[in-house]
Design a protein around this ligand. Structure first.
Ligand code: URA
Length: 263
């Protein structure tokens, strides 16, 4: 059932990935038999959603490193047992831009943790294991290259800071707790910006580390929901956010369409 999978596309929420499944189905011209709909293959697990559209597997991964890590273990095993040949993994997500306005794309060139360390630290059998968080640079720049003049977004390739938390972990002052000031926050954001960090999200470190360990090419494409140098709260309207969240999908669909015939 899975041996023809060439592209694995994952994103945070089940609904967004269901929408992507229908979108990619249309884009690659995959047809369902009359009167049928796509099936959430993992609907009985209640953990995540999974749709297969020809060579594309669409999955939701939930929020944060533990959630995406468990999913990746299971999907990497699936790829292995199904004998899939050189699948490419994409994470399509949202992020906070650092010096980038809302509604633009960032393709991660590399991922670092909240201390700017380029590896995932995982306690295993009572010892800390370090897994290098390395992404495929060529794939990142190939995604940038397919930008079109009439795209409503810019594409920045840069370093992504992956945090363990949305609030204190990303230097927000509007969580339940906060023991730092606006000045402290801005000093930190400006410091990491000088170190070429262009966005913050919560999954790329683990995604990069597990793809690299498995020898799988992987890319992280996120749309910025705000510029963190201007504030903490996401203030764009629901309609605007829905439109922005389609941008990573449009870029990945374009890449898949362009490369499908050669693979
Ligand atoms: N996702 C994040 O992790 N941070 C943001 O600021 C926005 C989306």
């Amino acid at each position: 059932m899975f041996s023809d999978v060439k592209y694995v596309c994952m994103g945070g929420t089940p609904k967004r990935m269901e929408k992507f499944a229908y979108y990619i189905m249309n884009e690659i011209g995959c047809k369902l038999p009359a009167g049928t709909t796509l099936l959430d293959i993992s609907y009985q697990s209640y953990r995540y959603s999974m749709y297969k559209v020809g060579p594309v597997l669409c999955l939701s991964h939930g929020m944060g490193i533990p959630s995406v890590g468990i999913l990746l273990h299971e999907i990497i095993k699936l790829m292995y047992h199904a004998k899939c040949k050189d699948p490419i993994f994409f994470r399509l997500g949202t992020c906070g831009g650092i010096g980038i306005e809302g509604g633009n794309l960032v393709v991660s060139e590399s991922a670092v943790d909240g201390l700017l360390q380029p590896f995932l630290e995982l306690p295993v059998l009572g010892k800390l294991q370090r897994k290098p968080a390395i992404l495929d640079k060529k794939l990142a720049y190939d995604l940038k290259k397919i930008q079109q003049l009439d795209d409503p977004f810019t594409i920045t390739v840069g370093k992504t800071m992956c945090t363990y938390d949305f609030y204190e972990g990303q230097g927000r002052l509007d969580g339940a707790f906060c023991n730092f000031t606006e000045t402290d926050k801005l000093a930190f954001l400006r410091k990491i910006h000088e170190e070429n960090v262009v966005n913050m999200e919560m999954e790329s470190l683990c995604f990069a580390a597990l793809c690299h360990q498995a020898g799988i090419r992987g890319a992280v494409i996120c749309v910025t929901l705000l510029n963190r140098l201007d504030g903490d709260q996401v203030t764009a309207s629901k309609e605007t956010l829905n439109e922005w969240q389609e941008y990573p999908q449009q870029l990945v669909a374009r890449y898949i369409k362009k490369n499908m015939t050669h693979r």
